[in-house]
Ligand binder design. Structure first.
Ligand code: CP
Length: 312
């Protein structure tokens, strides 16, 4: 494994907005080395021996939670799993008090998923442990964007001038902002396709184009990242009907066949099969969805390793 004495420019991974291009490339390159480790019969290295990581999830998660836990264990860290439902959060303890108490038990790193945008940025001003944002409300999900970029980079070598479409519920998605920032910083061109009521105002300021016609948007792109329709975040009923959404914005085999070129398919999960994507498309040969999940472990190993290097 050729991992060198590199480190990120910040002690935390708060969001892609705060990351330099060099930081992002360092994560991607370090993940290459950890993919080699993961391919070994015994996929474990001592890089985080003596380091304790608390995974604090205040929102449900399958992929991110398991992926971080696996990444930490593959790096030989000591791991604490914290779930809000079984904690003193139910007695009214504040987030800051909880995290401060946990790090005073000599925890070195905290991986935080929280429903409030900016929760991890708030903690970063108050506490000393390394913080990793595992998704903060509708704001950012930086490790998801990095693993998506990594999965495309594996196919293409680099992302310079590649044409990537982000399709679906951009308004309620934390993946969308991280993904747009990450892809643009790595040199890709990005378009957004969704009904206008699912696109946040001012999105063009992120240097992306909006194309509300799905067929036109697909004809342009080389890869499409399909976003989940986020029922649980739709406080008001912004969506007239699921059936109508699936009809006009669901990614379907028939439309891909009509366009007649191979478009790489990504989805951060969990998938609403038959709504934003047809099963035949999610499971098609050009789908990278399970590859994204696989690469997530290497990306999270890289992030944990590089952040922990800062204190060694
Ligand atoms: N992609 C993602 O964040 O999935 P989970 O919510 O299952 O972690």
């Amino acid at each position: 494994m050729k991992v060198g004495p590199h480190r990120l420019s910040s002690p935390h991974l708060l969001g892609i907005r705060e990351m330099s291009v060099r930081d992002m490339e360092l994560v991607l390159e370090t993940a290459d080395s950890f993919k080699e480790v993961l391919a070994r019969p015994i996929a474990k290295v001592p890089s985080l021996q003596g380091i304790t990581v608390a995974n604090m999830f205040f929102e449900n998660s399958t992929r991110t939670r398991v992926s971080f836990e696996l990444a930490e264990k593959r790096l030989s860290a000591d791991v604490i799993q914290f779930s809000a439902q079984n904690s003193s959060a139910t007695k009214g303890e504040s987030l800051l008090d909880m995290v401060q108490n946990i790090i005073h038990m000599r925890v070195d790193m905290v991986v935080l998923r929280h429903p409030h945008p900016g929760a991890v940025h708030f903690l970063a001003q108050k506490i000393k442990a390394h913080l990793i944002n595992a998704g903060d409300g509708t704001h950012e999900h930086p490790t998801q964007a990095l693993l998506d970029a990594y999965s495309l980079r594996e196919k293409w070598g680099n992302l310079k001038n590649r044409r990537i479409l982000i399709l679906g519920d951009v308004l309620h998605s934390r993946v969308a902002l991280s993904s747009i920032l990450c892809l643009r910083k790595l040199g890709a061109k990005v378009k957004i396709c969704a009904p206008l009521f699912l696109i946040p105002p001012g999105i063009q300021q992120l240097d992306v184009e909006v194309e509300p016609r799905l067929e036109k948007a697909l004809s342009w792109c080389e890869a499409v990242n399909v976003l989940r329709l986020q029922h649980e975040r739709q406080r008001s009923l912004v969506l007239p009907s699921l059936r109508e959404y699936a009809m006009y914005y669901g990614l379907k085999r028939a439309m891909l066949e009509k366009i007649g070129k191979t478009i790489l398919i990504l989805h951060p999960g969990p998938i609403n099969r038959g709504i934003e994507i047809e099963t035949e498309v999610a499971d098609a040969p050009q789908s990278l969805i399970l590859r994204q999940v696989e690469n997530g472990v290497a990306i999270r190993m890289a992030v944990l390793y590089l952040l922990s290097s800062a204190s060694r």
